[in-house]
Structure formats: structure tokens, C-alpha cells
Design a binder for this molecule. Structure first.
Ligand code: MG
Length: 158
């Protein structure tokens, strides 16, 4: 049986932190605020996979109230989430991700992000697709206050 999950995440830009998206550190004057490394791409994908498997969300498994996950590497959390999936008989198949960011331009990093994300999922790099869009100057993304990410993932139950 194939199951589909959706994930969403957003983080606010702050000075003094690196910008980490899809496990890749991207040169930018500001980074994203968060308890972990604030990798909104990894977080949205993690939620999509957990959702497809009926296993809750990232906050349930890796709560930000737990100091264990302070400054956590979100690719590591993604890998841990996939281990939880597999323990329940679910296997990641593919994912499609859209990043909403007014800046920076991200197309040059899509391949590197896909390699990092699929490395954690244990699937071929071409099974995760990434796209980036601006928000045409509208809303919090358009004002450059932060980044939002949407992800859809499929898992196979076997
Ligand atoms: Mg997050």
C-alpha cells in the first residue's frame, strides 16, 4: 500500500546563524532561528514522511523542550525519523518539496540538498525533487522575514 503525507514548516530569519536548508549551508547574511539547526526543508520533509506513516510529527518525536535536540542536525533527525518509520513497516519512496523564499536564490543548491536528504532516507537522489519560489513580495516570505517550505512524500507499507 502507498500512503501520502504532507509537511509544512517555517522559520524566521535572524542574524548570527548559518542558513541551513536541506542539509546544505548556504551563504546568506542571515540564518534561520530555531531550537535545532532550523533546517525548514528537512523539517517539512520529516513531517511529510511521519504524516504518510500515521506517526505524528517532528515535535512529537524530537520535542524542542528536550535539550537533547538543541542545535540538532536536522538531517540526523530525518534519519532517525526514517528509522522510526521502518520500525513500523513504512519505507520512503519519494518526495516533492517547494521552498518559499524571497532570497537567496536556491536553484544552484537543489542537487546538493537532494543528495543530503535522500542520503538520510536511503533512497536514490532523483527520488527527491526540490523547487524554490519567491512569494512575489507578499506576506512574511515576501517581506524577507523568513522561509516557508511545503513537502509531499509517499511511503510504502510492507
Ligand atoms: Mg522547524
Amino acid at each position: 500500500m502507498i500512503r501520502v503525507g504532507i509537511g509544512y514548516d517555517s522559520h524566521r530569519f535572524v542574524a548570527g546563524r548559518p542558513l541551513v536548508l536541506g542539509g546544505v549551508t548556504i551563504p546568506h547574511p542571515v540564518g534561520l532561528a530555531g531550537h535545532s539547526d532550523a533546517d525548514a526543508v528537512a523539517h517539512a520533509l520529516t513531517d511529510a514522511l511521519l504524516g504518510a506513516s500515521g506517526l505524528g510529527d517532528i515535535g512529537r518525536h524530537f520535542p524542542d523542550s528536550d535539550p537533547q535536540w538543541l542545535d540538532a542536525d536536522s538531517i540526523d533527525l530525518l534519519g532517525r525519523a526514517c528509522a522510526i518509520l521502518r520500525a513500523h513497516g513504512f519505507h520512503p519512496l519519494q518526495a516533492d518539496i517547494t521552498i518559499l523564499a524571497e532570497a537567496p536564490k536556491l536553484a544552484a543548491y537543489h542537487t546538493a540538498m537532494a543528495e543530503r536528504l535522500t542520503g538520510a532516507l536511503g533512497i536514490p537522489a532523483q527520488m527527491v525533487s526540490l523547487k524554490a519560489k519567491t512569494n512575489e513580495g507578499m506576506g512574511f516570505v515576501g517581506r524577507g522575514e523568513g522561509i516557508a517550505v511545503m513537502a509531499v512524500a509517499t511511503v510504502e507499507a510492507r
